[in-house]
Design a protein around this ligand. Structure first.
Ligand code: ADE
Length: 229
């Protein structure tokens, strides 16, 4: 999987991808991540302007179309042959869930476009964007953190990224349910004992307990997920 990230703030990604699972996935050659500054595609060489006032007189600024078109076109050229999907991160997009993450993980390459200011010129959405994605019903200062969330969630599903130890199959949402509670040693902590069944060694009973707890927690906290299942 190749991620090509288009942003005005490339430095934001430095720490996010330089540790743990994503770092290992890159080192193993299972994913590659390119980060490109949209400002480099400004047609205004002197000031490298990337924003402008909105028609209609709304407050705030918008990202101008020309640098975005240039940045996306260059990304498509870099990824030629891998049929890249252009994803624009915006609170107005489809709400990201594990089904969409699975769908994205099947692709060969993703171009993740991070908006800033009040958003981007609609003609970029109309002519260049394949999918608009939101990571939740709240507004962030830009699409960078949402793009990091997409890279992280998708990378976990690339075969070979997770070992058996932390396989995606036991993650919350994998089967459409929230995960059951987890316990490690000691057996008694601050007066609370690990549920008996987990130390029984009886594999079938443990599985059944975990499934029941998953359903119970999902019903209590996210009945919408049960309905979807
Ligand atoms: N940009 C700003 N807020 C966002 C959100 N919630 N999801 C995706 N992109 C965003």
């Amino acid at each position: 999987m190749i991620f090509d990230i288009l942003t005005l703030f490339p430095a934001m990604f430095e720490g996010a991808f330089s540790d743990s699972i994503i770092k290992r996935a890159v080192e193993k050659g299972l994913v590659s991540i390119g980060i490109h500054n949209i400002r480099d595609y400004s047609d205004d060489l002197r000031h490298q302007t990337v924003d402008d006032y909105p028609y209609g007189g709304d407050a705030g600024m918008l990202m101008k179309p020309e640098p975005l078109a240039g940045a996306i076109t260059a990304a498509k050229e870099r990824l030629a042959g891998s049929d890249p999907v252009v994803v624009y991160m915006t609170p107005a997009g489809r709400l990201l869930d594990q089904d969409i993450v699975k769908e994205l993980a099947e692709k060969k390459s993703l171009i993740l476009l991070c908006g800033r200011y009040k958003g981007i010129d609609q003609r970029i959405v109309d002519n260049y964007v394949d999918m608009e994605l939101s990571i939740g019903d709240y507004v962030l200062s830009g699409g960078e953190i949402p793009a990091m969330a997409v890279v992280d969630a998708v990378t976990r599903l690339i075969p070979g990224v997770l070992g058996n130890m932390d396989s995606a199959e036991t993650d919350s949402f994998h089967s459409g349910l929230l995960s059951h509670p987890h316990y490690t040693r000691p057996e008694i902590f601050e007066g609370i004992r690990v549920p008996e069944v987990l130390i029984s060694g009886h594999h079938a009973n443990i599985k059944e307990w975990q499934k029941e707890k998953s359903i119970e927690i999902t019903r209590e906290r996210r009945p919408d997920l049960l309905k979807k299942r």
